[in-house]
Design a protein around this ligand. Structure first.
Ligand SMILES: C[S@@+](CC[C@H](N)C(=O)[O-])C[C@H]1O[C@@H](n2cnc3c(N)ncnc32)[C@H](O)[C@@H]1O
Length: 194
């Protein structure tokens, strides 16, 4: 990574921090659940709770028939929100050890339903059966492309994509946009592939 990448990342961090701050809803979410998902670092940014509400509300499925999986789960906020719904199973994959360990602590009381893996998402074997995948812009296009190429074709998959910078790759992989909302940088699209 060169100095321009670093500065770009810092500028995005400061802009988002100004825009969303540590808002009251975020702090209340953490306090009520005894978790710590709110603090921002340069590599981690939790999904805004309002966006998560919109995205889950727009998902026309019976969660009990699906496994939910957040690729790049950070500290596990999305896993906790998904576990409020009756998904058959909830899985998070996180590559950074410190974030993975925080996620483990955060989901510990729900460890029967939520599983977290310390892994590069490109090494993660997607579980069998119908899937709901969640991405909050965790990867560069090449990484996402690799993951999309390894997705089994015969599988029904919903892909919830917040800030879908590489939405074209998702469409190219045969997914159709089923619902969308928000405005940049919290634009989101729920894609579907049958
Ligand atoms: C923008 S944060 C989103 C966190 C969480 N999904 C949420 O929405 O609250 C992106 C996360 O993806 C993780 N990440 C980036 N590349 C990854 C990879 N190749 N495999 C797994 N996790 C990755 C980062 O460490 C970071 O925690």
């Amino acid at each position: 990574m060169n100095i321009l990448d670093d500065l770009g990342q810092l500028a995005r961090y400061l802009r988002n921090r100004l825009r969303f701050g540590r808002n009251r809803e975020s702090l209340r979410f953490d306090l009520e659940r005894g978790v710590q998902t709110a603090k921002w670092t340069l590599t981690y940014e939790p999904s805004p709770l309002g966006s998560l509400r919109e995205m889950f509300d727009a998902l026309p499925i019976d969660p009990a028939a699906y496994t939910f999986c957040d690729l790049g789960c950070g500290k596990g906020r999305v896993l906790l929100v998904a576990a409020d719904l009756p998904f058959a199973h909830v899985i998070g994959v996180e590559v950074e050890e410190a974030l993975y360990r925080t996620a483990l602590r955060n989901v510990e009381p729900l460890s029967e339903r939520i599983e977290v893996f310390w892994l590069d998402a490109t090494q993660f074997q997607l579980p069998a059966g119908p899937l709901v995948l969640f991405l909050f812009n965790p990867f560069e296009g090449e990484v996402l492309d690799d993951i999309l190429r390894r997705m089994p074709n015969e599988r029904e998959i919903w892909l919830m994509y917040l800030n879908p910078l590489h939405g074209q790759l998702v469409s190219d992989a045969g997914f159709q946009a089923a619902a969308a909302g928000g405005a940049e940088p919290t634009h989101w699209v729920n894609y579907h592939r049958v």
